[in-house]
Design a binder for this molecule. Structure first.
Ligand code: IPE
Ligand code: MG
Length: 202
């Protein structure tokens, strides 16, 4: 994902919320890096509870510059860091990043291997700073399909951040709509079995 595109996307999202729900002078909140950079005044009570981003365009961005696709993946890390920092700074409670879908397994083996390596290395490298920022890291998706090394990084990050109460960052890996529906259905079936949900409940 190209850094500028992502930043513009996030700002458009925030500006959109600002203009659609807060016509008139917004209550200003203390200056943040984001605001200083853009001069946009954000109304704290109008910010979204949850921002979700489907990561896309890394390869095209790199190709446009005559670089291999993996160059785009590598650069996306900086965009992700900026988004995480921006959300934490603004006090947005939930951020979900859709990073690697089940369809992405069909890519050339070398690209998949690079992505897996990048994912585990990035989790390992960023963990300490994320913990300091009070970020709790969650992972969703068919995680059993990931290489052992990735699963170990995930386990470590989950455990190390489990008591953090700031930004709730969810990273979706090996995700799909089908997987999501299946998990929701299983959770509903379990709730019915446990007597916590009536089958005829709305
Ligand atoms: C998003 O960028 C990253 C992943 C899905 C892993 P892409 O790799 O999909 O980049 P494009 O869309 O092919 O340019
Ligand atoms: Mg794509």
């Amino acid at each position: 994902m190209k850094r500028t595109y992502l930043r513009i996307g996030l700002l458009q999202l925030l500006a959109g919320l600002l203009f659609s729900f807060n016509v008139g002078a917004p209550t200003s909140i203390p200056s943040t890096t984001l605001e200083q950079e853009t001069s946009i005044q954000l109304a704290p009570d109008k910010l979204p509870e949850h921002v979700a981003i489907i990561m896309d365009g890394n390869g095209r961005w790199a190709t446009k510059q005559g670089k291999p696709r993996v160059f785009g993946h590598q650069n996306a890390i900086q965009s992700v860091k900026e988004v995480v920092e921006g959300c934490a700074e603004l006090g947005i409670p939930y951020l979900t990043l859709y990073a690697f879908s089940t369809e992405n397994w069909e890519r050339p083996q070398a690209e998949v291997a690079y992505l897996m390596q990048l994912i585990s290395t990035t989790i390992d490298n960023e963990l300490e700073e994320l913990i300091q920022k009070n970020v709790r890291i969650h992972f969703i998706g068919d995680l059993a399909r990931l290489p052992q090394r990735c699963q170990a990084s995930i386990q470590k990050a989950r455990q190390a951040s489990q008591h953090n109460q700031g930004l709730q960052l969810t990273i979706a890996l090996s995700y799909s709509g089908r997987w999501d529906l299946l998990e929701a259905t299983k959770a509903i079936a379990q709730a019915v079995k446990d007597g916590n949900l009536a089958p005829q409940a709305n």
